[in-house]
Design a protein around this ligand. Structure first.
Ligand SMILES: C[S@@+](CC[C@H](N)C(=O)[O-])C[C@H]1O[C@@H](n2cnc3c(N)ncnc32)[C@H](O)[C@@H]1O
Length: 422
């Protein structure tokens, strides 16, 4: 069962052309997708699908192998990242747009976010809490630069927008840390301003320029639909699916990526953000989703679920057993739907991590393996990719699992489509 594959983590993707345009900590490595493409009988034009496409690692890697990368992503910012990484534009047109953006950043413009939530020192909530995500002159530089590029042709405008969002995030007072945004230790004394924003924009756009110049991707076929993959339709059936659902660790992507969602105007108010949250897989307890009803997910699930339910007083949230149940109910639904969209000889690779709550391990990989039969798939293999630190911030709870918790692992579960009944 154990075999190590190279380059499993997002760090590797961060060094590769195009993948490096936006660092998405939760991405997997293109090496996993390449491995699956190599070991499946695919040909030019085959459809490689990812229902949880995130930053688009599967889609871009498939397109780089002359295949059609198709995906679904519920978070509009991440959908934008995935789509933009496949775009091509004339590198000199792009550079001219960035020059205009820099002029726009120097002049600055008032930002719609300055008085919103905790987005700048001017927002009432930020004043109460004495902390804010961006200094207002960074927001103003971003607004000026956005305005300066809004009439560019679509591809150039999107490429520039990705760089602008990245540059603003480089100058944010908080950064992503585990499942939260954490204020940088010395954020007040750093005093990020428009010149930091411009420096960062120059670095980021330089990388995009180099990649545009090095490889023309006009022939790439990438399509990412915005939506909830528990309920989706796709035009073409797929040959291979390589995917990684949110892990069962109470990480809420809509929360951690909310600066990007608001900066890029992918959402415009808290209601829209909340609606988005309801469309995500039930892998977190930040909102009160509809309770699950199914509870038959095989023997390994049953054992873990019973143990966790019996330790309810040790859990940091009493809805965690329900979340676990809801997670597998959602995964079952996705696996069944995927089977209907799979070609006869299709296969699928699901990258997941195990979890632990109240010291009880949830062997997510082996539970998915148990689910294969009831969802129209046959188990080919479960391969451990790497063992993780004892516990991440996301699994933290009252019992101090850092010392006592089980060792977690990341695995890939490979399934083959079985003939459809009826
Ligand atoms: C582990 S990440 C995928 C990372 C991806 N493999 C990559 O390399 O960038 C899981 C993704 O699933 C998305 N997601 C969560 N619920 C979803 C749903 N119901 N439908 C579609 N996407 C969803 C999240 O927004 C997140 O981007």
């Amino acid at each position: 069962m154990e075999q190590s594959l190279p380059n499993v983590s997002a760090f590797e993707a961060a060094k590769l052309p195009r993948h490096r345009w936006y660092y998405f900590k939760e991405a997997f490595s293109p090496a996993i997708v390449e491995h699956m493409i190599r070991t499946s009988s695919l040909s030019v034009g085959s459809v490689v699908f990812d229902p949880f496409s995130g930053s688009g690692t599967t889609l871009l890697t498939a397109a780089q192998s002359d295949m059609f990368g198709a995906g679904i992503e519920v978070n509009p910012f991440l959908r934008f990242v995935a789509e933009t990484k496949g775009l091509q534009a004339d590198e000199d047109d792009f550079l001219k747009a960035i020059e205009r953006a820099i002029e726009g950043a120097k002049s600055g413009l008032p930002s719609h976010l300055e008085e919103f939530s905790t987005f700048s020192e001017k927002a009432p909530l930020a004043q109460t809490r004495d902390r804010w995500l961006f200094n207002s002159n960074v927001l103003r530089a971003y607004s000026g630069a956005s305005k300066a590029t809004e009439n560019e042709p679509s591809s150039v405008q999107k490429l520039a927008k990705l760089c602008l969002i990245g540059a603003a995030m480089d100058c944010a007072n908080a950064s992503k840390d585990g499942k939260c945004l954490r204020y940088k230790k010395d954020w007040k004394s750093r005093e990020y301003n428009k010149f930091d924003f411009i420096d960062s924009l120059e670095v980021r756009s330089g990388i995009v320029y180099d990649d545009l110049k090095a490889c023309n991707t006009s022939s790439y076929k990438i399509s990412v639909n915005l939506g909830d993959c528990r309920n989706f339709d796709i035009e073409k059936k797929f040959d291979l699916c390589v995917t990684s659902p949110p892990y069962l660790n109470s990480f809420d992507y809509t929360d951690v990526y909310r600066p990007e969602l608001f900066l890029g105007r992918f959402v415009s108010n808290m209601n829209e953000l909340a609606n988005l949250r309801f469309n995500t897989l039930r892998s977190h307890v930040q909102i009160k989703w509809k309770d699950p009803v199914e509870n038959e997910f095989g023997p390994k699930y049953k054992e873990a679920f019973e143990q966790i339910s019996s330790r309810i007083t040790d859990l940091w949230n009493t809805r965690l057993p329900l979340m676990i149940q809801a997670y597998f109910e959602d995964l079952c639904l996705v696996l069944r739907t995927l089977r209907k969209k799979a070609k006869t000889n299709a296969s699928m690779c699901i990258v997941v991590s195990t979890s632990a709550y109240a010291g009880v391990e949830i062997p997510v990989d082996l539970i998915i393996a148990d689910l294969a039969n009831q969802t129209g798939w046959a188990l080919r293999e479960v391969t451990v990719l790497r063992h993780l630190k004892r516990v991440s911030c996301q699994q933290w709870h009252k019992l101090n699992e850092r010392k006592n918790g089980p060792l977690l692992r990341e695995s890939m579960v490979v399934l083959d489509a079985t003939p459809m009944r009826g």
